[in-house]
Each structure stands twice: as C-alpha cells, then as structure tokens.
Design a protein around this ligand. Structure first.
Ligand SMILES: Cc1ncc(COP(=O)(O)O)c(C=O)c1O
Length: 182
C-alpha cells in the first residue's frame, strides 16, 4: 500500500474541467472503492472516512447486507415513477411509522436538502408563519429553501432571501395519461 497520496492527475484535471461543486472544492484524490470505515484511492491508499454520517456510510461502506439487498432489488425493480407503490416502500413506511408514537406517516425523499424543504413547508403549513431561524454555521442543503436557511460558507455574507420567485405560465400537457382505479 502506498503512503503518499496517489494523484490521478488526468482524472483530477478532467474533474476540474467538467465538474461543478457549490460550496467548496473537491478533495484532491479520486476514490476508487470503499469498505467499512475506509475509502481507498486508485493507488490503494486507505483513507479513514471521517466525513460520512450520510446514507449507508454510517453502517460502514459496502456493508455486505446492504450490498445484497441493493443488488437483489435493482435487478428486480430498479426505479419507479414516484406515484407507483412497491412492497419494500410500503414496508419501510410501516416500519418507520411504527417507531414514533403519533407520527405514523412517512414522506420518503432522497436527500437531506429535500427533507429540510419538506420540514420547512410542513412548519409553514402548520404555523401559518414564514420566518425561519437558521443558526450561524448551519448547513441545510443546496435546494432553494434549504439554502435560504443556511448560514454557512458562501451564504454567510448574504442576508438576502435566496429563494427565486418565478412566474408560472399555464402549460398544456397533452402527453399525460390518465390512470383510473377500479
Ligand atoms: C446537517 C445537514 N443538513 C442537510 C444536509 C444536506 O443533505 P444533502 O446533501 O443530502 O442534500 C447536509 C449535508 O451535508 C447536512 O450535513
């Protein structure tokens, strides 16, 4: 195993030319694989991953049980329109909904930012209010409302609301298929 960082120069240069990241720069290595608590670069260097409290990383990268479930599931049902139900989704909703008394319903989303968007909308719906307190150094994600509540990094200097107010002209949608039950 090499001790020095393995710099995949061509890949890092390509990343520099073609990838955008808001809120900071990419780390100067190319991750090749990950296992347990470590990420490995293309030279085989093991990097202890202190960054990931997100997704399955909290259980260790490439946890064998998660790999099995994902592999089996993607071969059976890889992606559905969000209006369609599948048994794993219903069962996950049921399991999560039974965890917290009085909170039996679950809104399944993909990212932290989406979850915070939903939380902000729900709070506005329930309270009828519109102001949000965002702590200094907070990070809530890069979508409109989540970024508006974020007071960290590049947002620190801006005191302006970040959400864009857009006009919404009516659009015809002749391609929409009407699915009725019964
Ligand atoms: C505390 C916190 N909230 C929200 C987010 C946004 O999550 P995501 O990047 O999945 O949208 C992050 C991501 O780092 C986070 O650390």
């Amino acid at each position: 195993m090499s001790v020095e960082p393995h710099r995949d120069r061509a890949a890092l240069e390509a990343a520099d030319h073609h990838l955008i990241r808001y809120g900071g720069t990419f780390l100067p290595f190319v991750a090749d694989r990950a296992e347990g608590s470590f990420v490995y670069d293309s030279g085989g260097r093991a990097i202890l991953d202190f960054t990931s409290g997100q997704m399955s990383a909290i259980l260790g990268h490439s946890h064998p049980e998660i790999v099995d479930v994902v592999t089996e599931t993607i071969a059976r049902l890889d992606h559905l329109f969000s209006g369609m139900l599948s048994r794993p989704v219903i069962e996950l909703g049921e399991a999560l909904g039974n965890l917290a008394p009085g909170l039996s319903k679950v809104l399944l989303l993909s990212t932290g930012a989406e979850s915070n968007e939903a939380a902000l909308r729900m709070a506005r719906l329930v309270t009828g209010g519109w102001e949000v307190v965002g702590f200094s150094q907070s990070w809530h994600g890069m979508t409109g409302a989540a970024a508006s509540a974020t007071y960290s990094g590049m947002f620190q200097s801006s005191r302006q609301p970040q959400i864009l107010w857009t006009k919404r002209p009516r659009m015809a949608a002749p391609w929409r298929v009407c699915v009725t039950s019964g």
